[in-house]
Each structure stands twice: as C-alpha cells, then as structure tokens.
Write a protein that binds this ligand. Structure first.
Ligand code: SAM
Length: 476
C-alpha cells in the first residue's frame, strides 16, 4: 500500500482525513489494477467476509473492467442486502420548511442570487397542515430540509418546528422520526438537535474535491470546505450518533467522490467507533435556473448502479437511500443492489403537500418519480419488497454503535421484519387503496412465516390482529 504524509484517518482536520494526495494515489492504484483479476478476486473474497473494504480496495472494484467480476460484485451486493436488510424498504418523505438561503451554491436554485423564485418560510400553523397531509398519506418518517440563513432560519426555528411535528396527533397518524438536513452548524446546535429527539442528521458533502467545492460554493458560509467537511465530527461531539453522508453526483468525477465518501466513513468509524448510519445517492437535476448539463461530471445509470453495488459491499451495515430525484425505472434498476430507504410521494417545494403549488415555483429540484405513496407502496410489493414504516430502532435507543451491533448480529428477521409487517399493516388499514390493501394482505400472510423465532412470530400475529381491531404502534 502506498503511504503519504498528510493522510490521517483519525485526524480532526478535513484535509487530513480526506487528503487530496491520498485520493489521487488511490485513483492511480485503482486504474493500474482495473484488470488485475487476481487482486480483484481477492478483494471480492474479502468483501464476502462482510467486514467491509477500505477506500483503496473499494476504488479497485469500482474501476474493475472485467465483466464477469463486475457481475460478481453486483450479485454480492444483492446478497449482502438480503442478508442484512432482508427485503424491506423503509419509506420517508422530505419536508421543505424554508428556502431562504444566504449561500451561493451554483447547482441549487435556492442560491442567494436567485431573485425570481418566491422565498417561503412556513409558519408553525402551515407546518401543522403539511404534516397532517403527510400523515394522511401514511408517512411516519420525515426528513426536514432548509436553506441556510441565520436570520430567517435560526436553530430556534428548526427546534420549534421539530416540536410541532412530533406533537401533531391526527386520526391514527404520527410522525415518529424526524431526520434533519440542515447546513453545517456548531456542536452546541447539534446538541440542541439531539435533545429535540431527531433521528439522523443528514448533510451532503456535495463534493469531496476541495478545489471544486470552493468554486461551486463561491459565497456564503458554505464556502468553508473544512467547516462543512468536519460537520459530522461536530454532530457526533454534540451527541448525534446517527449521521447521514452523501455526495451530489455530477459535481466532480465519480471516482474521486467514491474514494472520498469511503474515507469519510472510515474516519467516523476510526474516530468515533461508528460509521455513517446512512449514505444518500443524489444526482444533479434540473431546477429553475439550474441546468444539469452545465456540469461536466454527470454519470450514466450504469455507473450509478455500479457505485451503489460497490458501496453496498464496502459498508455492509450502512443504510442506503435514493430519492425521487430518480425515475421509477432507475429506482427499479438500482434498488436491488443495496438500497434500504426511498422517499415516496415527495414534494420538493416549500409547502406543497396540503395545497400543491400550481407551477412548483419554489421546488428545489424536479421530481422524476411523481407517483403517490400508495402507488410506490404497491410497486415495491409487486417487485418483491416489503414497504416498511418502521421507526423502532431509534425509539428503542438502538442508534449509533448499538444499531450497528444489532445489524451485525443479524437480528433483523426477528425484529425489523415483523416491525415492517406491523407498520405495513397500519398503512393498509388506514391509508391504502383497496387494490394496494389486497396485495399487502397477501404479502403479510406469506412473509409472517419467515419470522424465525416462534415466540416473536406468535406475538406479531397477535399484534396484526390487534391492528385490525384498531390498536396502533406495536414494535419489537
Ligand atoms: N441547505 C442545507 C445544506 O446546505 O446542506 C440543506 C440541503 S438542501 C435542502 C438538500 C440537498 O439537495 C443539498 O445538499 C444538495 O445536495 C441537493 N441539491 C441541491 N440542488 C440540487 C439539484 N439541482 N438537483 C439535485 N439535488 C440538489
């Protein structure tokens, strides 16, 4: 293995744990070995032990040009997904609270210089209406999204909004987990978010390439590469142990981003003993004054699928997310290679669930998959998955390393699987169309027999019956 002076996985400095030279030498190493069958077979064998791969090994797999070995990686990714996550897919929706933003991100229509989009910030009453509309669709898990603006969107607004969301009790609905995607902030603010009971703190790196990062974020606080890249360390110091990484594919070369992403995951594991809870896979989309063709590093669906499969085999215990930025066709193609969470029925405008915006003027990006949540749920079942609205781990305190240990101990069939069936049953009772309900009831009958512990199976069957009779919110 090549070494270099600045790279230090445990360092607190962004430029040392995401060392540019280390990425360049990793990419050179990967390129040199992209047809080295013996080395690649060795890496695949190592991946089969399910302990993960480092960024160098991972980059060789991503670069591999030998078709049979690429097929092996895809098959292994599918297998790992089945072993650790089973056939469940967790559903969530984004909720945009405010698009006020002081940053200058060149790929985002919320950039401060965009003077013609309406700037909107929901009041607590508007949030209530939106959340009730989301509950009426069947959602139990939200990701709140805001632009960065210390005056319009201070942390107090975020905290008040989280409280509003958790407090809403409407019919049988409840938002049981609020994930938060806000700009990099201080340890003190992360502590406040932790105390407010958030699920995952999500922050996309956008790009790991510092030079590109600085030119893509020419103005505003987000310009500071180190402050942004070190945000997850501060979040962990503030007590948040579920953090979600992601890059916006299209901003720099995908090989660079992939190596950087894995180095970031290795850093969190080395420094805090727990890797990222999730990794998201967004690609740049058209939006208002943003033309994705203006960015040189767009990736094809084939490469996108390969990145997803390679990520799955490198970090077997990390949840993987794709959003409605991707079309139904694309989602259907990549979901098998390791995706564990998807959004459904999403709006990316501020508001828009309770009263849809006629021309989506405040949208952050165009949504490709425009199906309703009911349609997404039925589609998942038809392609062999169990749609899950489960939020049990976080509510039972299974976060951070406790979640990772749980996942590694393969208790998923005894916990997550029945939890998925019970939350799906709630959805079928309360929100599904008759057609979806029919498909779902048949699926639950088939899947209940796969719960391995007889005791848990029996309790699950009793709970399913109780849900039919009107009770809610059971979990293991
Ligand atoms: N303002 C916060 C921040 O700076 O991290 C929250 C993020 S924003 C609401 C959510 C994410 O959307 C961004 O991190 C970015 O990756 C993504 N995004 C921005 N513009 C996009 C576009 N045109 N197409 C697809 N995704 C985009």
């Amino acid at each position: 293995m090549l070494e270099n002076m600045t790279y230090n996985v445990k360092s607190s400095k962004a430029e040392e744990f995401i060392a540019h030279e280390e990425i360049l030498s990793t990419l050179e190493f990967a390129n040199k070995n992209k047809n080295n069958a013996e080395m690649i077979k060795g890496i695949i064998e190592k991946a089969k032990k399910l302990k993960g791969l480092d960024h160098r090994e991972a980059s060789v797999l991503l670069a591999c040009e030998i078709p049979e070995l690429n097929q092996e990686v895809f098959a292994l990714a599918e297998q790992i997904k089945k072993d650790f996550y089973g056939n469940r897919i967790v559903l969530f929706a984004p909720l945009y609270l405010s698009n006020y933003c002081v940053n200058g991100c060149t790929y985002c229509p919320y950039h401060a210089k965009n003077k013609h989009i309406p700037r909107l910030k929901m009041t607590q009453e508007q949030i209530r209406k939106e959340v009730i509309a989301l509950q009426d669709m069947g959602h139990k898990r939200l990701a709140i999204e805001l632009g960065e603006d210390p005056v319009n969107n201070p942390i107090e607004y975020v905290l008040e909004s989280i409280k509003t969301i958790y407090d809403i009790k409407h019919k049988n609905g409840a938002i049981r987990r609020v994930n938060v995607n806000i700009a990099a902030t201080t340890v003190e603010n992360y502590r406040k978010l932790h105390e407010a009971g958030i699920g995952t703190y999500i922050l996309f790196q956008e790009t790991y390439n510092k030079e590109n990062y600085e030119s893509l974020h020419p103005t505003g606080p987000k310009h500071n590469y180190a402050y942004h890249t070190e945000a997850m360390d501060r979040a962990m110091e503030g007590g948040i142990d579920d953090v979600g990484l992601g890059v916006l594919f299209g901003l720099s070369t995908y090989q660079y981003e992939f190596a950087g992403l894995l180095m970031h995951a290795e850093h969190l594991e080395a420094k805090f003993g727990v890797g990222p809870h999730t990794i998201s896979f967004p690609r740049i989309k058209h939006a208002d004054d943003i033309d994705p063709n203006a960015f040189d590093n767009a990736i094809s669906d084939e490469i996108f699928a390969k990145i997803i499969a390679c990520t799955r085999v490198c970090v077997p215990y990390t949840g993987m997310i794709i959003s409605t930025r991707e079309s139904k066709e694309c989602r259907e193609k990549v979901i098998h290679y390791g995706i564990s969470q998807i959004s459904g029925g999403s709006k990316t405008s501020v508001g828009g669930y309770a009263e849809p915006e006629a021309d989506n003027e405040s949208e952050q990006f165009d949504v490709s998959d425009k199906r309703t949540l009911d349609e997404v749920v039925r589609w998942l079942m038809e392609i062999g998955y169990i749609p899950s609205f489960c939020t049990a781990c976080y509510r039972a305190g299974r976060t951070g390393d406790r979640f990772m240990d749980f996942c590694k101990s393969r208790q998923i069939l005894n916990y997550c699987h029945p939890n998925a069936l019970m939350t799906l049953k709630e959805f079928l009772q309360d929100y599904a169309s008759p057609e979806t309900k029919k498909v779902g009831e048949e699926l639950i009958k088939r899947e209940i027999s796969r719960v391995t512990s007889p005791k848990i199976r029996e309790v699950c069957e009793q709970n399913l019956q109780k849900i039919e009779e009107g009770s809610r919110d059971f979990r293991f």
